[in-house]
Ligand binder design. Structure first.
Ligand code: G6P
Length: 366
């Protein structure tokens, strides 16, 4: 009801704005990187694994996809991510030394639970869940758990659950890195400091809302949109496209920017807005040349750019400047303007934001 919504128009907007609090709560009490964050048996379990398989659906699949980049680059542990409904029905090659990680807001998604059981039936007993509901089937079924503290999420389109999953997955990355001798005490201290600063950093990104609203005016009149990202931010582009299609019903797809030339460039016209996630990372120069490819075909760019990227607004290039560059944790910040873009575009189109047509908050039957 109106009381719980406070100053917000929809639960989704409220939940987007709760993210600083949700992340702070999720990381509360984390003083050092230690396996016990994941449960009593975690140290024993983590010593018996040498690869990771992440299973999830929807938005949770995209947090898992982001974590693959972290796990391989920081913890140096081979990682795969698979859509739960695919994994449960295909023939795969099991390896008992795999850590099965399920990710779920609700902890009740039928496909994810079935994928977990399938993995166990193949002899993979080392199971961990990153889940937002402590009393869920998923937490009961897994040996280890990290319970995120996003609080109840009501909007069907997941927002605060996603960013808190990322926080939990980053802790998992650091924990495995430390156990594998890949995390110096200096790096650990630096990462912990960055994590503690996340709520303030998120607050600064949320202050960009008026600029995103101006973009949403233009998006509300479009039929299609393309989202580009590279590396760690490719899953963020995917999540941005998912949010837009779920609640505004605009057809949106995401591509890793280097793949533009292998297909989607054929779709680019002045009618195709191209949202670009542009952190200041090692791929920036490559990304800039991908942006040129879009401009050369008349495509209009909407860029979320870190301050030090030197990407300037000009005709055909709209820029929202991110308040700070955030290294490995940057996806947690870069997803926020994309959540707001989907939200305000949906509002401008007058859709039922919190209950989009044909979708359910939690899919507990197949
Ligand atoms: C549904 C929801 C999505 C969610 C997905 C996975 O499709 O609409 O927002 O990402 O289920 O749900 P889970 O609870 O397992 O994260």
């Amino acid at each position: 009801g109106a009381v719980e919504l406070g100053p917000y128009r929809h639960y989704m907007q409220k939940e987007i704005f709760e993210q600083p609090r949700a992340i702070a709560d999720t990381l509360e009490g984390v003083e050092a990187i230690t396996p016990t964050l994941f449960g009593e048996q975690a140290e024993a379990v983590f010593s018996q694994i040498d690869r990771v398989l992440i299973l999830a659906c929807g938005t949770s699949y995209y947090s898992g996809s982001t974590a693959k980049y972290w796990l391989e680059s920081i913890a140096k542990i081979p990682t795969n991510v698979e859509i739960a409904s695919e994994y449960r029905y295909r023939d795969s090659v099991p390896d008992a030394r795999t850590l099965i990680v399920t990710i779920s807001q609700s902890g009740e998604t039928a496909d994810t639970l079935a994928a977990l059981k399938h993995a166990r039936s193949l002899g993979m007993e080392h199971t961990l869940t990153i889940c937002n509901v402590a009393t869920s089937a998923m937490v009961r079924e897994c040996k280890l758990a990290y319970v995120t503290r996003a609080g109840a999420e009501i909007g069907v389109a997941s927002t605060k659950a996603f960013t808190t999953q990322l926080a939990g997955l980053f802790l998992l990355t650091l924990t495995l890195a430390k156990l594998r001798g890949q995390l110096s005490p200096e790096a650990e201290a630096e990462h912990l400091k960055d994590m503690r600063h996340l709520p303030a950093a998120l607050q600064a990104v949320l202050a960009l809302e008026p600029q995103v609203m101006a973009w949403a005016e233009a998006f509300a009149r479009k039929d299609n949109a393309l989202f580009l990202g590279r590396g760690l931010h490719y899953p963020i582009a995917l999540e941005g496209a998912l949010k837009l299609k779920e609640i505004s019903y605009i057809h949106a797809e995401a591509y890793p920017a280097g793949e533009l030339k292998h297909g989607p460039l054929a779709l680019v016209t002045a009618e195709m807005p191209v949202v670009t996630v542009a952190p200041n990372d090692a791929l920036l120069e490559k990304l800039k040349s991908n942006m040129q490819e879009v401009r050369a075909r008349g495509g209009e760019l909407y860029v979320c750019a870190d301050g030090d990227t030197h990407i300037q607004a000009e005709p055909g290039i709209h820029v929202i400047r991110m308040p700070e560059h955030y290294g490995a944790l940057s996806p947690i910040l870069h997803v926020v303007p994309l959540q707001l873009l989907a939200y305000h575009t949906a509002c401008a189109r007058g859709t039922d934001v919190d209950k989009p047509r044909n979708l359910a908050k939690s899919v507990t039957v197949e």
